[in-house]
Design a protein. Sequence first.
Length: 254
Amino acid sequence: MKTVYREKRYYCGEYLDVYIYPTYRQGRSRGKRSKPTSAAQAKLNQRHREEKLVRLLHANFTPDDLEIHLTYQHQPESPEEAQRLLRNYIRRVQRARKKQGLPPLKYIAVTEKGSKNGRYHHHVTLSGGMDRDELEKLWGLGYANSRRLQFTESGLAGLGHYIVKSPLYARAWNASKNLIDPEPKTRDGRISGKRAEELARDTTNNAEYERLYPGYFLADAGAWHNDVNGGKYIVARFYRRDGVFIKPKRRKRK
């Protein structure tokens, strides 16, 4: 069985997400693969949800856009009622934007129920342009607090991981239909097994990673070894060198 390393690249606004992993060309038959445990699969599914959400955030929102946290003075009687109230709020925002001549609303909304207090609340990332006081008053069902999106070297990864940590539904978020959903670009064989080993050995070696992707700074990277197939799996996030969202920090080069 011949091993070829594949790169999967997602271009998301100012950010680039890269996955490097082994694929296998047909040769001799492979041994039976071990199935992950339910706990391991759940952890993997959660990681994939977080990565997908962060890509959507990066591809569709800028520092001119907002996040708003919505709570209730009087709790909904069911998750279905909470979702209905959220939909009604989104409609009110859409009508207000239309009256003001603003572009169509983009949004991603996550509904959660507190693990300790059992209270429903919503995290909504949405287009800017409206007065924040007006946006908060349109909720009218409890506490509402909005702020401009804060981008770091890792973009909105912290926000994405936080708001989808315990979604209420199997479908972790609701979103407008006008979002850009980045499609991956793939290529095989550019990175050898030896190079993958070197990259996995030191995920803090910024210069080595950035050499592969000119025009980008490395924000963070991680790697792990698959005990079943012996392959190296690498995930890395980069941000544009000429990006306007953040100012890159000075860093030491190896």
